[in-house]
Write a protein that binds this ligand. Structure first.
Ligand code: BGC
Length: 763
């Protein structure tokens, strides 16, 4: 070590030491402050801190809180959500700190899921960017805007793994993969919380929905989950843990039953796993009325389930007021102890302390910041960039895309001119009325270089009642009650004037999201009919696909020359679609969830087990093998898949050694070249398979990825380091181990198209 390095190391150790000492001092100060405060609190005031109510600005559940003002004054409210804007939040905070006995400030939360007013792509779309810096920046911007509007807590990130596209909330997470979701969970927590929770521009994160909410049986929302511990620990729990390791301040319980005990009453989950195994020191809030729902789950009456949930390790009760109305009685009857209530109260107060609210309850209430920062041009530019990076090019026959900025382009379809659907589901703070539609955004981006003509083409779905269910919360799409054939005929007249047709089809924003499960995950029939008629005109047709989930696109893949999946891109969707369709941005998104050929294949995911009777390579049916009679096992588009306007060529996969020592590392490298005509970005993906184990292991697991940018003709060697850590898994005894033996390593452009090499992990 040279002198300079030695000094740097010494300085780093000293800084770390100071940091730790400061941290310990802060923890001691917090402890004293809260102990003093709690000494003054009555039992009822302590229970009041555990009560979270909604101000009802956004509808995110069926029950609405009442008498909020008087409850604040009586010290019966610890937190409020779904209230926005500095004047309203200031007014509520004033009630708490001026009129309640102990002047304890309130924590203000909201579902800031993919942006606050500047809306970014839905989380599944953001995940498709595979760009962790970008994702962190979107969370940072969301925090800057929301905190400028008075908020200090967000119910995000949602890290539920889902492998069943029928489940509507797959849109709200990062898809099917454990590793990718874990990295995204960390990026989001860092983005929201920054380095200092007490800063006026950060939000406390809330990891949800703990746990396994995305594994609901049959993809039906709120449905039961029954899962082996082995699968939980290896596949479903790591993203929650990653968010907690990244410092997330709070956790939200999930609605579902887990192996017979609903999450909200699950002591094993909330206390043993979360606190004891993972060392979580923040607070746990329930999901919306989840305590009360334990009654329907069959666990007892409100008093019983409230006590059970508190004792399981829950600290805050969202909306249902089971804690508020029954815990006192349970204390008197010895069903809960004062220590249980104290534990919960202390953790809620600690969160407020960490947010700096005791020092200044109005820390987040500066109106000038809101005016300055919300939808700041740099935020909007980031939204446009993020949207374009989330798009996945699924097909591009004969390089139909990119289009030239010239001539007449017909934009046709029910998603073409609806601004309110562009933000996508779970964007409760979006300004729907002022969000440009695809048509408006494209016009703004293209100016008069392209003559854009438009027709709605069809309804969203033929059935009016279904359409109503699919266009809730102001996400409107007008209905045309004329016969379908007449509407389509009119659209064809518009198409015939054009050189190219862009069909804007798929789901409305509320066809995914909460309580929006579907059994048929295709493009609705009436839109498919429109698409097939558009294709018959002989004009080149580009399908711009809106969706909050993987869809079955088997027919479309066969017949439509170009498909660009744009999910729901947020505020700047229209401009971003123009950027990509006309070649200003080269698409680089890769699917974070498998697209099946048929809904009957679900759950379908790349990291499945081999079974004892796998199909032979290249076969799609063999008797007495694991398959279907009617559809092959293959996905339509595999996990990690996405095309570019350019082509990337992979050189030979090279390992620097074929033996990995326990404490050593092994380098896997590959030269990637941009062999096409456009600059572009590629996500180089690394997968591993443990070939022989004490338990069965997946056929592939993502263990690394790099997003690289290459000019046309440029090459880069991409190097991955593999260590023992990457090979670890939870064995039958739930020990986290790497077992000696042979491993396969795969590198490629998606989970299917890979090169393979082998190596050994030494004993
Ligand atoms: C959802 C949560 C959300 C909560 C508060 C519930 O219905 O499941 O994800 O954070 O409402 O809005």
């Amino acid at each position: 070590m040279d002198t300079q390095t030695r000094w740097l190391v010494v300085a780093a150790i000293l800084l770390l030491g100071i940091h730790t000492v400061n941290g310990q001092q802060r923890a001691r100060d917090m402890d004293h402050f809260i102990t003093d405060l709690m000494a003054q609190m009555t039992i009822d005031e302590k229970i009041g801190q555990l009560n979270l109510v909604t101000a009802g600005e956004a509808t995110t559940g069926a029950v609405v809180s009442t008498d909020v003002e008087s409850k604040i004054k009586e010290g019966k409210i610890g937190g409020i959500f779904s209230m926005t804007s500095v004047p309203r939040i200031r007014a509520a905070q004033e009630l708490a700190v001026n009129q309640s006995r102990l002047k304890i400030p309130i924590i203000f939360g909201l579902d800031v899921i993919h942006g606050y007013k500047t809306i970014f792509p839905i989380p599944l779309g953001l995940a498709a960017s595979w760009d962790m810096d970008l994702i962190q920046e979107t969370a940072r911007i969301a925090a800057i805007e929301a905190s400028a509007d008075g908020l200090n807590w967000t119910f995000s990130p949602m890290v539920d793994i889902s492998r069943d596209a029928r489940w509507g909330r797959i849109s709200e997470g990062s898809g099917e993969d454990t590793y990718l979701s874990s990295r995204i969970a960390e990026a989001m927590v860092h983005g929201y919380q920054g380095d200092d929770l007490a800063a006026d521009n950060t939000l406390m994160a809330c990891v949800k929905h703990f746990a396994l909410y995305g594994a609901a049986e049959a993809g039906r929302d709120y449905n039961t989950t029954d899962m082996s511990l082995h699968r939980m620990y290896n596949e479903y729990l790591p993203p929650y843990k990653a968010a907690i390791d990244a410092g997330a301040g709070s956790v939200m319980t999930s609605f579902n039953d887990i192996n017979g005990v609903p999450a909200t009453a699950n002591k094993w989950l909330m206390t043993e796993v979360l606190r004891q195994q993972w060392g979580f020191d923040g607070f746990v809030v329930t999901d919306y009325t989840a305590v009360n729902e334990l009654i329907e789950h069959g666990l007892g009456d409100l008093q019983e389930v409230s006590a059970r949930s508190l004792k399981a390790g829950v600290e805050m009760d969202m909306v249902g007021e089971g804690f508020l109305t029954t815990l006192r009685k349970s204390l008197d009857e010895g069903k809960v102890s004062e220590a249980d209530i104290d534990r919960a109260c202390r953790l809620v107060l600690e969160a407020k302390y960490k947010l700096g609210l005791f020092e200044d309850p109005f820390r987040y209430c500066d109106e000038s910041r809101a005016k300055q920062l919300i939808q700041h041009p740099t935020h909007m530019a980031k939204a446009r960039e993020a949207a374009a990076k989330s798009f996945v090019l699924l097909k591009n026959e004969q390089q139909l895309l990119p289009l030239k900025k010239q001539g007449t382009v017909a934009l046709i379809g029910p998603l073409a001119n609806t601004g309110s659907n562009m933000p996508g589901t779970w964007s409760v703070s979006a300004d729907l009325e002022n969000t440009p539609s695809l048509l408006e955004g494209m016009r703004a981006a293209l100016g008069d270089r392209v003559n854009l003509v438009y027709h709605q083409g069809s309804n969203l779905v033929a059935d009016a009642a279904y359409q109503e269910r699919a266009t809730m919360f102001g996400r409107t799409i007008p209905r045309d009650e004329r016969p379908e054939a007449e509407v389509i005929a009119e659209a064809l007249e518009v198409a015939k004037q054009a050189d190219v047709v862009i069909a804007a089809l798929g789901e409305s924003s509320e066809m995914s999201g909460e309580a929006s499960s579907r059994t048929d995950i295709g493009i609705p029939a009436v839109q498919q009919q429109l698409l097939s008629e558009l294709l018959k005109t002989g004009k080149p047709v580009v399908l711009v696909l809106f969706t909050g989930r993987p869809l079955t696109l088997t027919w479309e893949n066969e017949h439509v020359p170009a498909i660009l999946n744009v999910w729901f891109g947020g505020t700047e969707t229209g401009k971003a679609v123009a950027d990509v369709l006309f070649g200003d941005v080269n698409p680089s998104g890769k699917l974070p969830a498998t697209f099946p050929q048929h809904v009957g294949q679900l759950p379908l995911y790349y990291s499945h087990k081999n079974t004892g009777r796998p199909l032979a390579d290249g076969q799609w049916f063999q008797k007495f093998r694991s398959n279907y009679l009617d559809v092959s096992n293959d996905p339509l588009y595999p996990f990690g898949y996405g095309l570019s306007y350019t082509t990337f060529t992979y050189g030979k996969l090279v390992l620097n050694t074929d033996t990995l020592e326990r404490k050593g590392s092994l380098q896997v490298s590959v030269e990637v070249s941009n062999s096409g005509n456009y600059a572009g970005e590629e996500v180089v993906q690394l997968y591993i398979r443990d070939l022989v184990g004490s338990v069965t292991r997946p056929v592939k697991e993502l263990k690394g990825f790099r997003k690289i940018q290459l000019a046309a003709g440029q090459s880069q060697r991409v190097v991955f380091d593999i260590t023992e850590e990457d090979l670890k898994f939870y064995n039958a005894d739930l020990e986290h181990v790497a077992e000696a033996g042979e491993f396969a390593v795969f590198v490629g452009t998606n989970s299917r198209d890979v090169q393979e090499a082998r190596f050994f992990l030494k004993d």
